[in-house]
Design a protein around this ligand. Structure first.
Ligand SMILES: NC(=O)c1ccc[n+]([C@@H]2O[C@H](COP(=O)([O-])OP(=O)(O)OC[C@H]3O[C@@H](n4cnc5c(N)ncnc54)[C@H](O)[C@@H]3O)[C@@H](O)[C@H]2O)c1
Length: 336
């Protein structure tokens, strides 16, 4: 653990679109210091050197980094586990981008290794740092509204994402954010799911609709699409509603929370931008590394449970919408 008066020394692995934002967040966070950037691609390393100057070493492998306390993993979705496992093995705390993995048993193994090395693995479910969702979570957790019985969440992105993330379905790429939000707000994991997919003429998954029920009985639908035919970068189309027996809340895009059946937030809560949410998430991660509670940061179990539900939805969609039970990350035995 680092002394609380010293900045947490952070390495960012993967300097693509999001790694760049993470590196900027680390440089802006007073409690952290960007000590290296790692990218396996030469062009990405050149881009990093151009943007960061000579003050931050830019290297091809984590092995070339001397001293670090923490590692942010922002490599493509199917390449999170190797750098996360290497970071844990050298005693670093890790913040991994979502989806934490595409292999649930491997996430369980990563958790065991992190525990053995006494380090934390957090997952980049940054929507938890949207002030509107934090307020919702506080209201639900207080019990004042009664149990959450229904949630519907929609996230639609650009058509271009079908190409950028062609090996990852909409429900695993974007929908995993909403699955985490639903499980976090409901305070309970989703079990069995069904999922239908609407395909574009070329066969690509254009929209997926998943339905499941949490262990506490809340019905959840997640609609994850990539049908906005607009240039990137582009704000996704998002919408969500949450209902208890007496209170209904809706959030449409960046608009303030609309509450029916209970008082609205005392001051209108503004939507946070991704850069703002990344900054708050990093602040929470720095707190965790220094031995604090880490606020609302998603841990490895949260990330793995969200992936397990998304993978069950993918399997259901592939089999014409049959019910599929989500894998239980906490029930995987250690490797022999
Ligand atoms: N939280 C969010 O809202 C959000 C938004 C966008 C992307 N993401 C996630 O961030 C991650 C990165 O996405 P992106 O769009 O920046 O991808 P990207 O393809 O733009 O960048 C990935 C970078 O990682 C590098 N890389 C690949 N394998 C590597 C390895 N083994 N070691 C070191 N570098 C390696 C690549 O060369 C590339 O520069 C993904 O997991 C993605 O899902 C999260």
């Amino acid at each position: 653990m680092t002394a609380s008066h010293q900045p947490v020394r952070v390495v960012v692995v993967g300097y693509g679109g999001y790694g760049q934002l993470h590196a900027d967040a680390v440089r802006a966070e007073p409690g952290a210091q960007l000590v290296a950037v790692v990218d396996s691609d030469r062009t990405a390393r050149e881009r990093a050197r151009e943007r960061l100057g000579a003050t931050v070493p830019v290297v091809a492998s984590l092995d070339e980094v001397a001293d670090a306390d923490a590692v942010v993993v922002a490599t493509p979705d199917r390449h999170h586990l190797a750098p996360a496992t290497a970071a844990v093995a050298r005693g670093c705390h890790v913040l991994v981008e979502k989806p934490v993995t595409t292999d649930v048993p491997a996430a369980a193994e990563l958790g065991r290794r992190a525990a053995a090395h006494g380090v934390h693995v957090a997952v980049g479910h940054l929507l938890r740092f949207d002030p509107r969702l934090r307020w919702l979570r506080e209201q639900v957790a207080s019990g004042a509204w009664g149990p959450v019985v229904h949630m519907a969440l929609l996230r639609n992105g650009a058509v271009e994402l079908r190409e950028t993330y062609r090996d990852v379905s909409p429900v695993l790429q974007g929908g995993v954010h909403d699955i985490d939000v639903a499980q976090w707000l409901a305070g309970s994991p989703i079990g069995t799911v069904t999922c239908e997919v609407a395909r574009a003429p070329d066969g690509a998954a254009a929209f997926m609709t998943m339905t499941g029920r949490t262990a506490l009985g809340c019905v959840v639908t997640v609609h994850a699409g990539r049908t906005l035919d607009l240039p990137m970068p582009l704000d996704p189309q998002t919408w969500m509603s949450l209902a208890t027996p007496s209170v209904t809340v809706t959030i449409d895009g960046d608009h303030p929370v609309r509450v029916v059946g209970a008082p609205a937030p005392p001051t209108p809560l503004r939507a946070a931008t991704p850069v703002e949410m990344l900054a708050r998430q990093l602040e929470a991660f720095v707190d965790l590394v220094r031995g604090g509670p880490g606020g609302v940061l998603a841990d490895l179990g949260d990330g793995a449970r969200a992936v397990a539900v998304a993978l069950a939805a993918e399997r259901s969609a592939a089999r014409g919408g049959v019910p599929i039970a989500a894998d239980r990350p906490d029930e995987h035995p250690p490797d022999p």
